[in-house]
Design a protein around this ligand. Structure first.
Ligand SMILES: [Zn+2]
Length: 274
């Protein structure tokens, strides 16, 4: 029987040791732990994908009648040519162990650049960063309001450099609100303006979105789709399997206390039960 492809999206926030007085230590993962986790995935035969690559491979396996060869995943007509060439670049990843991991970082903390990038590069691992577009080069204002320590955000130069190195930049609204608490117009502005601001900065399409706090409903989902995104991530636990809702992509959250043993268990469990 052909092996079923397994797509796992991991969720991180900040790379580094959490400050003693941090209100949300779970958002931190120490560099040492992060490096071990990436190495483990690499050794276990996972290929690392950005989310746009994951979408192309997912379509290839599940939407185009994959029968062990042939079939090209396309997103839509305008992107047909682009994705054909993208898939060609991904063919090295097809027909191997069919284990795929997409590393995602929500918010756009500078620590991803200062602490995470080198580790990703060492393992040749790709990633996606969901940036709060109104706080580029600023601080984590939404967290500070909730009593958390100040944390510097990525600046424009760092975002551009990461994009150049193959990190995908996704949108995470302008100010990091609970989208379901806003009017539809306000939510639409938060979603579409963050996409546009990042596209203007990077000179490239921004294809994926993550809901702040994992907070979404049907209206919010429709707004994200209307803005032209290919998909959006939530914070519920799970893997991306056949029939997955691309506007509610489940992930596996990694926290400050996720040691390698727990990490392996999470990865294993999520593959079996979700
Ligand atoms: Zn967030």
């Amino acid at each position: 029987m052909a092996k079923i492809p397994k797509f796992i999206i991991l969720l991180y926030h900040k790379i580094g040791k959490y400050p003693q007085n941090s209100k949300f230590p779970g958002l931190y993962v120490e560099e040492r732990d992060f490096a071990r986790q990436i190495k483990y995935l690499s050794d276990a035969g996972y290929a690392f994908l950005t989310l746009s690559e994951l979408k192309i491979l997912y379509d290839f396996y599940y939407k185009d009648g994959y029968k062990g060869g042939g079939g090209v995943g396309v997103i839509n007509d305008e992107n047909k040519r682009h994705n054909k060439s993208a898939l060609n670049n991904l063919t090295g990843l097809i027909n191997e162990r069919k284990r795929y991991a997409a590393i995602t970082f929500d918010d756009g903390s500078k620590s991803v650049y200062s602490g995470g990038l080198k580790i990703l590069e060492d393992e040749g691992a790709k990633a996606t960063v969901f940036m709060v577009s109104g706080l580029i080069g600023g601080m984590n204002e939404w967290d500070i309001k909730n009593g958390e320590n100040g944390d510097e955000m990525l600046n424009a130069l760092e975002l551009k450099e990461m994009a150049k190195l193959g990190v995908e930049i996704g949108a995470h609204t302008v100010t990091h609100p609970h989208l379901t608490r806003l009017s539809a117009d306000e939510a639409y502005a938060e979603i579409s303006s963050s996409k546009k601001a990042l596209e203007d900065l990077l000179g490239a399409d921004v294809n994926f979105f993550a809901y702040p706090y994992g907070d979404y409903n049907e209206t919010v989902k429709e707004l994200v789709e209307k803005c032209g995104f290919y998909g959006a991530c939530i914070t519920k636990t799970g893997i991306v399997k056949k029939g997955a809702d691309f506007f509610a992509l489940k992930r596996v959250a990694i926290r400050h206390n996720t040691d390698l043993f727990k990490f392996k268990r999470k990865i294993c469990k999520v593959g079996l039960f979700y």
